[in-house]
Design a protein around this ligand. Structure first.
Ligand code: AMO
Length: 409
């Protein structure tokens, strides 16, 4: 490693000669003095020099200098008397000024230039939140006795609705990109009882919306020996609280963006809030506003969705079989999580599939050999990060979004 200190550590080295390394975030040439602001993974550091020869923005440099107090510098210290070594020179100027506090570019420009645009400190935030949230998700579920799993993304049959699945050629046989780890996480309840997975899922979304991607990161969990979907909702509450706490600890810049997770998240039954077969995005927003007004929280469970709109593995509601033991978690006006209790008896699956068990033989083995009552959920990571940062479009919380039109970068 290049031996260096980070920009955030300068204050610990007052008066010493130290080396920092990073990108030239901003170059300011004044009459008598020049400034460089250097950006590294920890933040920004100012370098002050008399020398006129100063490298331009995004040049990668290593600077050795004396740590000197300057209340106007980021962090209150700067490097003076610098010796500067260029590690790599850019061949192009960035598509917009990375040092301006706001981002003076449209979303398509940002996405087309993602490798450099993401260097803007404000555009990194959503991804720092995602990383911290995943750590919190893992920590919360590890603490509850879950085992992390890694399941195939190339599969034999559609796991959700058959409509939005990507087909691929698998050594001459038809196969699909997994729409969710649904079948595997259920099968593995038969092995580990409690499992979770963080991984990519693929949806051939034919429409352009601000909340759908063709590939997104799904935070999945599944657990056995539940009484019904309410036990799953309680675990989800713990997972979300863990995500918030981890983000609070690891991403100071996100502090003002984080919600309170109530001990008991309010829940309404689908039959109380809709006469339609499903909730429209507008209705989800209204319900979120209602929860904030009535319960003072940004989270709301909607339970009992009609069976007709849920996948075949969904457990019906005892006594009202047109409804299901399923739920969505709404957060700040948007569906963030789907989950529920699943069927667990082999004969119930055979019936739910209308006897057409052919493509599901692998999956159905788990039920043939005995499975406990179980359930689980999946949370869309990009939706979460977009809601937290207030990004109106999910692509703003996605590193390299894949959608109807975008396959590069
Ligand atoms: P579902 O299909 O509702 O459920 O997906 C779960 C969560 O994933 C997110 N999500 C998406 N995010 C971005 N782009 C998309 N195209 C997209 N589609 C869904 C949402 C959604 O709430 N197997 C079930 C989960 C379960 O029951 O355990 C499933 O995949 O945040």
């Amino acid at each position: 490693m290049i031996s260096r200190v980070l920009s955030a550590e300068l204050s610990e080295h007052a008066g010493q000669r130290v080396t920092i390394a990073g990108w030239v975030h901003r170059r300011r040439l004044l009459k008598s003095v020049n400034f460089l602001v250097i950006r590294d993974r920890s933040g920004l550091a100012q370098v002050v020099a008399k020398n006129r020869e100063m490298p331009g923005e995004e040049t990668v440099v290593q600077v050795t200098g004396t740590v000197t107090s300057n209340p106007q510098a980021p962090g209150g210290f700067e490097l003076s008397d610098p010796e500067l070594e260029v590690l790599s020179e850019p061949v192009k100027a960035p598509p917009f000024d990375l040092y301006r506090p706001g981002v003076p570019a449209t979303l398509p420009t940002i996405l087309d230039h993602a490798p450099v645009a993401l260097r803007h400190p404000s555009l990194r935030l959503a991804h720092e939140i995602s990383a911290a949230s995943v750590a919190g998700f893992r920590g919360a579920l590890d603490g509850l006795g879950f085992t992390e799993i890694h399941t195939p993304k190339i599969v034999e049959s559609a796991t959700e609705s058959g409509a939005n699945v990507f087909g691929i050629d698998y050594f001459g046989r038809p196969a699909y990109l997994a729409q969710s780890p649904q079948f595997f996480k259920q099968q593995l309840v038969g092995v580990f009882e409690r499992v979770y997975e963080v991984g990519p899922v693929f949806r051939a979304e034919p429409h352009d919306t601000a909340r759908h991607l063709a590939q997104y990161t799904s935070l999945d969990a599944e657990l056995g020996f539940v009484r019904d979907h309410r036990d799953v909702m309680a675990v989800l509450r713990e997972a979300v609280a863990g995500m918030v706490e981890s983000t609070r600890e690891r991403v100071p810049a996100a502090a003002g963006l984080l919600p309170e997770v109530p001990r008991e998240v309010p829940a309404v039954h689908f039959s109380e809030v809709s006469d339609e077969p499903d909730l429209s995005p507008a209705r989800e927003r209204e319900l979120s506003e209602w929860a904030l007004r009535e319960h003072g929280t940004e989270f709301l469970f909607v339970t009992g969705y009609p069976m007709a709109k849920r996948p075949f593995y969904t457990h019906p509601e005892p006594g009202r079989p047109e409804y299901s033991n399923s739920f969505d978690l709404l957060f700040r006006g948007l569906e963030l999580v789907t989950g529920g209790q699943r069927l667990h008896r082999h004969e119930d699956y055979v019936r739910a599939l209308g006897g057409q068990t052919g493509p599901y033989e692998g999956y159905l083995q788990a039920f043939a050999y005995g499975m406990p009552p179980h359930g689980g959920f999946a949370l869309g990571l990009e939706r979460w990060a977009a809601r937290l940062t207030g990004a109106p479009n999910i692509r703003q919380a996605t590193l390299f979004p894949r959608d109807l039109h975008r396959l590069s970068p």
